[in-house]
Design a protein around this ligand. Structure first.
Ligand code: NI
Length: 169
């Protein structure tokens, strides 16, 4: 299929709530295929459909050299304690070095590309990436989880990148 343009912070599509997939049919598999191509090209650890402009509940997660596809993923919190960890996002110019609090252990209920439902426990980095990607389906970006000072610092970095890009157009 094709590599799609990754939408960046400020694009209103990233703030929409995505809708459930009713049936895993050809259009859904085509969407997954475009998301795979885009994630391979960008080299990130995860991608959610709204990041390529499609407000459907589909996410991809890179885990142990494989890319998993989760359709209509739902998270259940197992341990109600969050820990900080580094996070970045293709839609926030892959800027690194910001700490986000996430649950280290969660239960996932999801549909796979064959249309079957699955349930499993995710921990640590996988749990973090899934929470980040599911946030995208609800119009949430990791910057929303930051404190005032970190958020301001990140916004400054974003503005620097944007003004650099303007100079080359
Ligand atoms: Ni992201």
């Amino acid at each position: 299929m094709s590599i799609r343009k990754v939408r960046k912070i400020g694009d209103p599509v990233l703030r929409e709530t995505s809708s459930n997939i009713e049936k895993v049919d050809k259009p859904v598999l085509d969407l997954v295929s475009d998301m795979l191509d885009t994630l391979e090209d960008e080299g990130g650890v995860g991608l959610a459909a709204p990041q390529i402009g499609v407000t459907k509940r589909v996410i991809l997660v890179r885990y142990e050299d494989k890319i998993e596809t989760y359709i209509n993923p739902e998270i259940e919190i197992i341990e109600n304690k969050r820990i900080e960890g580094d996070e970045g996002c293709l839609s926030i110019y892959s800027i690194q070095g910001f700490q986000v609090k996430r649950y280290p252990k969660i239960k996932i209920r999801t549909t796979n590309i064959k249309g079957n439902t699955e349930e499993f426990i995710a921990e640590d980095l996988l749990a973090r990436v899934i929470q980040h990607e599911v946030d995208h389906l609800n119009g949430i970006l990791f910057i929303d989880h930051l404190g005032v000072a970190s958020r301001r610092e990140l916004l400054e970095k974003i503005n620097e990148i944007k003004s650099d890009q303007k100079n080359y157009i």
